[in-house]
Design a protein around this ligand. Structure first.
Ligand code: HAM
Length: 425
């Protein structure tokens, strides 16, 4: 049995071969697409002051109240592992000058939430997120949603359904809260303990409580949008119209509120049918965050990469090719041949050929078995006889054909074979 000490903490995982190639494939494709939309990468610290999250996400949100890994550092300061990426990115952007008022950045990395681990819910998970700063403009929201969908389709992920809603303009907040409070007051006794607390300090969150009793109450409430200004409703209609222009369908869900306080106006969540109970594969929206004396406004989303990978494995169980696999295996008989092959391997790698080199003076048969195990397309075989003749043997592992080649021809053949095999289609 594996000792608990050799395992990561519950809800956290090592990510290694063979699955790592899927992660790298997603990341490479994502970086290429993000650059098409003019997003630059930003890497912010994993550890930040606790007050950054309390201020940005809202002190009464579940994430801040129940899920943050918070502790005192050696200087007695309260610090937290980041539970999401937006707060840190906005802290970073707020320090930059006005020429960055329309910055477009993306981030990719681990986030931490002390939730009860279960399928799809991790304590350390990875997000790919984007933030596009700038004044409200329905086209900006639609463009960011289109980018999200572009990433999903480039990864080969079908069945992603977007639910969308508006939280209204900041000026609507008081009217929405008052309207909901009046409608909820007669039903307070039917709500769960959390929702009775939310009624006091975060009333919108009652709408997306998962408890059956709270859902029944929420289903009979007037729609949030009925307490909003015409401008807020119109903004959402415009986002939907622009998405439709780009051929993207989003289902309006008037009860969607999302769990973070910084959102205003457009909010959305994207679900994937194969994910079960934790089916949100991405979530985002427009937000305003106070950073020092500035109010930063933008629109963005983050997707959970573990969930993307689970969905992909369900959509296409065989997964993509293995980009890390060697194309050729170099087999030596005798120390002199091995040393010449060591130099050959280096030369091939510098020419971009992925190759493996058998170590340890084992028999030819054992080295060929190793080549087979690695699934390579070619083996190069060299011993004293080949050195004397000034040639190498190239074996095609698919059909067993062997030929003798001089070094320059062999290198060119392997460079060409490697390009055909490795280059992404
Ligand atoms: P969020 O909805 O809290 O939004 O998280 C975004 C995504 O991260 C979720 O849809 C889910 O795929 C993934 N996720 C969240 N918690 C977990 C978990 N415990 N285990 C595995 N995956 C998880 C945000 O974080 C916002 N910062 C998004 C945003 C960016 N809004 C505007 N800009």
């Amino acid at each position: 049995m594996t000792s608990p000490r050799s395992q990561p903490l519950p809800g956290m995982s090592d990510i290694a071969a063979p699955e790592i190639s899927l992660w790298q494939d997603l990341e490479n494709k994502a970086r290429a697409i993000l650059s098409l939309y003019r997003f630059d990468e930003v890497r912010t610290p994993v550890l930040e002051s606790t007050s950054l999250f309390t201020r940005s996400l809202g002190g009464s949100t579940d994430v801040v109240q129940k899920e943050m890994y918070t502790f005192e550092d050696r200087g007695g300061r309260s610090v937290s592992l980041r539970p999401e990426g937006t707060a840190g990115v906005i802290r970073h952007l707020a320090r930059l000058g006005p020429e960055h008022a329309e910055a477009r950045v993306y981030y990719l990395g681990p986030m931490f939430r002390a939730e009860r681990p279960q399928a799809g819910r991790r304590r350390q998970f990875h997000q790919l997120g984007v933030e596009a700063l700038g004044a409200p403009n329905p086209a900006a929201d639609a463009e960011v949603i289109a980018l999200q969908q572009h990433l999903f389709s480039a990864w080969g992920l079908g069945q992603c359904e977007i639910e969308i809603n508006t939280r209204g303009l900041p000026g609507d907040r008081a009217a929405v809260a008052a309207g909901l409070a009046a409608a909820l007051r007669p039903h307070l006794g039917e709500l769960c303990e959390d929702c009775r607390r939310r009624y006091e300090d975060n009333i919108l969150r009652v709408l997306d409580c998962k408890q059956e009793a709270c859902r029944r109450v929420a289903d009979d409430l007037p729609l949030m949008t009925s307490f909003m200004s015409e401008a807020s409703r119109h903004y959402l209609d415009e986002v939907l119209r622009m998405l439709a222009l780009m051929g993207i369908h989003a289902h309006p869900n008037p009860r969607l509120v999302r769990g973070l306080d910084y959102y205003i106006q457009t909010v959305w969540e994207t679900r994937h049918a194969a994910l079960g109970a934790q089916d949100a594969i991405a979530g985002g929206g427009r937000y305003q965050i106070q950073a020092g004396d500035r109010v930063m406004e933008g629109v963005g989303f983050a997707m959970g990469l573990e969930r993307v990978i689970t969905a992909l494995q369900k959509d296409r169980p065989s997964g993509p090719g293995q980009p890390g696999r060697a194309v050729v295996w170099i087999v030596s008989q005798g120390q002199r041949a091995f040393e010449e092959n060591l130099v050959l391997a280096q030369l091939l790698r510098q020419r971009g050929v992925r190759c493996g080199l058998a170590y340890g003076g084992r028999s030819l048969k054992a080295q060929m078995r190793e080549a087979n195990r690695h699934g390579v397309a070619h083996a190069v075989i060299r011993g004293d006889l080949e050195i004397e003749k000034g040639i190498l043997v190239l074996k095609n592992m698919r059909d067993g054909a062997q030929e003798e080649l001089e070094m320059p021809a062999l290198v060119e053949r392997l460079v060409a074979a490697s390009r055909a095999e490795v280059l992404p289609s």
